[in-house]
Design a binder for this molecule. Structure first.
Ligand code: UDP
Ligand code: MG
Length: 320
């Protein structure tokens, strides 16, 4: 099979028939063998009935339906586990992404050697409240992930070599950082294609402004797990030691002040009257706690089945 198209959706009943028609038209025109996997993320409207109908008319249409709403990432991951095509394409259900981009995306993966190609909505048809924070978000994502050539991390329209979707696991809200996940799995040929974007035709956006707060927190998590995931002590131990050192210096300052005061005959000054006393107290406790957090982190890693999982590209084995 050439192409699997994965469409995560939550309450998009009006868009689905148009989308299915458009995708299959493009596929037939180019002679691709394909499947469309609709992942119904617990819709409360008639989306699933519509999908069942479409599947009756077109055998290339497949569907999975969650009992409740889990989010876009779980929906995508479920599609990834089922995709059979050499090239896997993800696309939003709301007709904001154009299926006309599929042939070129396919070509970039198949012939130009990209592992992942992300759409870039260079000209966006979204409200300003979304486009401005998105610019900031993408700048941060570029910096933290080190993928410098991507303008639009969270574009719903993306194409993947099949091996990539096998090897990455999208969970929580991590769909915003799939290129980062792919890079961490060793797929470094990540490209970009300017894509057409349209205003939402039916229904409303399924994400609120909390997307930006959560987006930043997730980026911090990815940065941390990528860097210190199997060696948390390197993070907590360093911080803890620095804190403790600061505390130690403060203790010395407290002691020295006390001795000086005694030397000049001022016997009754209390150590609590020195600011260094409080600095010492706080930083030494914090330092110890950070250090212990590091040990707990190490215990968790020690018991994680993933602690010795690596991406192996090739291997040479000789028979005995
Ligand atoms: N979506 C989903 N589960 C959710 C929220 C969204 O499957 O919990 C789907 C949604 O139906 C659409 C895609 O994810 O196909 C992108 O969502 P939306 O268009 O609302 O996001 P926006 O374009 O506003 O960023
Ligand atoms: Mg949309």
């Amino acid at each position: 099979m050439d192409i699997s198209v994965i469409v995560p959706l939550y309450n998009e009943e009006e868009s689905l028939p148009e989308l299915e028609q458009w995708i299959s038209r493009v596929m037939d025109e180019h002679g691709f063998s394909y499947e469309i996997i609709f992942v119904n993320d617990g819709s409360t409207d008639r989306s699933w009935e519509v999908i069942t109908d479409l599947a009756r008319k077109n055998p290339a249409v497949k569907g999975v339906s969650f009992r409740r709403n889990y989010g876009k990432s779980p929906a995508l991951n479920t599609g990834f586990r089922r995709a059979k095509g050499d090239v896997v394409i993800t696309m939003d259900a709301d007709l904001q992404d154009s299926p006309d981009e599929i042939p070129e995306l396919y070509h970039m993966i198949k012939d130009e050697g990209y592992d992942l190609v992300s759409g870039w909505k260079k000209k966006r048809y979204d409200p300003l409240s979304k486009t401005i924070p998105t610019k900031l978000f993408n700048a941060t994502a570029r910096k933290v992930s080190g993928i410098k050539n991507l303008h639009d991390f969270n574009c719903g329209l993306k194409a993947y070599r099949h091996k990539v979707v096998e090897r990455i696991e999208v969970y929580g809200d991590m769909h915003r950082y799939i290129p980062f996940l792919a890079k961490n799995a060793g797929f470094t040929r990540i490209g970009e294609k300017v894509v057409q974007h349209q205003a939402r035709k039916y229904g409303t956006t399924k994400f609120g402004l909390d997307r930006f707060v959560n987006g930043y927190l997730d980026l911090a998590t990815l940065w941390f797990t990528n860097k210190f995931g199997v060696k948390p002590m390197h993070f907590f131990g360093l911080l803890g030691s620095l804190m403790f050192l600061l505390g130690l210096l403060a203790v010395i300052a407290v002691g020295a002040t006390k001795l000086y005061n005694m030397h000049v005959g001022n016997h009754y000054t209390l150590v609590t009257s020195s600011p260094y006393f409080y600095i010492a107290l706080v930083t030494m406790i914090l330092g110890t706690q950070l250090f212990l957090t590091g040990f707990i982190g190490e215990l968790v890693v020690r018991n994680s089945p993933r602690r010795n999982e690596y991406e192996i590209e090739e291997e040479i084995k000789t028979e005995e």
